[in-house]
Design a protein around this ligand. Structure first.
Ligand SMILES: [Fe+2]
Length: 354
């Protein structure tokens, strides 16, 4: 059996010492050193195999009686995307409740759960819950947790600034709209993200609805997009990691996906292109592809009326459906502040437009 957090982390002071972090009088190191980003250059993953995914949302009761109980408080952030939820613990949900969570995340695109005990239930239980939504992706280049390659660790502090590594200082802003690991043959579906340490202000996540981005297009333009496929690339991410002397645990791939995909449970159509990973339109010449992608990226980025901003509080868990959304980090906080968060990324079906 895998060790619990308390076995692995006898005390913050010991762990911080192991990690050779600079600890000042004002800074006692990360609150959850167990999840400090771990990189083993010897760790290698084989090519990812396709598996049969059945979305748990398909089994859910549409009324969601296990998730939305009389104790649950629900508040929508925008008509198109985002709902804040309190009065329910993800960790206590039954199988029916988790199925309803999948459906609700698909319908609302982003769910912001407050006051969760999720960060304290230990890695095995966290993974067990996330696995309900699909096989968990093992990230090829990001920090993970020793013995737990399922965790994707996002860390920014004085001693390790992941955001700076990914988005260099030459950019005038750090907005980078993307859908996680869309280069996978089976990209991310219902995705979990929880924060362990956060700056006093800043470090929000921006989210946009790709369903509404699609709906805004004219019928004629939608016809033009029908049947098109786009190439999503893992190469730049791998090359960037190699350049920094980082790890590449799995060889990068190129994958074609439909430019418009249909959600298997809600039936909604969504744009499925993103600036982070989509490189070209299959069958188009270079200028044609650049022209169309530039328009779509611009349309998605400018759609403030179908975007929200998720703010974190201690105990917040954000669950979003990566199939029907894009998101971006905001690198707006003091570089001396620590932001430490963890993602669990279940993989969903092979994208389809039917
Ligand atoms: Fe992301």
């Amino acid at each position: 059996m895998a060790p619990s957090v308390s076995d692995v982390v006898p005390s913050i002071a010991d762990a911080v010492d192991d990690l050779k972090l600079t600890v000042t009088k004002q800074d006692n190191g990360p609150s959850y050193p167990f999840y400090y980003p771990y990189y083993d250059p010897e760790e290698k993953f084989p090519p990812t195999q396709v598996y049969q995914h059945t979305d748990p949302g398909a089994k859910a009761d549409r009324a969601k009686p296990h998730l939305l109980t009389p104790e649950t408080n629900v508040s929508h952030i925008s008509p198109f995307i985002g709902t804040e939820i309190s009065g329910v613990q993800i960790s206590q949900l039954s199988e029916d409740g988790l199925n309803e969570l999948a459906l609700y995340a698909a319908e609302r695109k982003v769910l912001i759960f407050r006051n969760q005990d999720f960060k304290d239930i230990g890695p095995d239980r966290q993974i067990e819950i996330a696995k309900h939504f699909g096989r968990i992706q093992r990230h090829p280049t990001s920090g993970n947790v020793k013995g737990y390659p399922e965790f994707h660790v996002v860390y920014r502090g004085t001693e390790h600034d992941m955001l700076k590594e990914v988005i260099p200082d030459e950019r005038i802003n750090r907005t980078q709209w993307h859908s996680d690991v869309s280069y996978e043959k089976q990209p991310a579906g219902t995705t979990f993200f929880f924060v362990l340490d956060q700056p006093e202000v800043g470090g929000d996540t921006l989210f946009g609805s790709q369903v509404e981005a699609y709906n805004r297009l004219s019928p004629e333009f939608k016809k033009r997009l029908e049947g098109l496929r786009a190439v999503h690339s893992a190469f730049e991410q791998a090359e960037s990691s190699r350049r920094r002397g980082g790890v590449v645990r799995r060889e990068p791939i190129l994958t074609e996906h439909p430019l418009v995909r249909r959600h298997p449970v809600t039936g909604e159509k969504a744009l499925y292109v993103n600036q982070g990973f989509t490189r070209r339109i299959v069958g188009y010449k270079t200028e044609e592809s650049e022209y169309l992608l530039r328009f779509l990226f611009d349309h998605i980025a400018k759609g403030a009326d179908f975007q929200i901003r998720a703010r974190y509080e201690p105990g917040t868990v954000v669950v979003w459906d990566n199939r029907v959304t894009v998101h971006s980090a905001t690198g707006d906080f003091n570089p001396g502040d620590r932001r430490h968060a963890v993602r669990l990324t279940p993989q969903a079906e092979v994208p389809t437009d039917v």
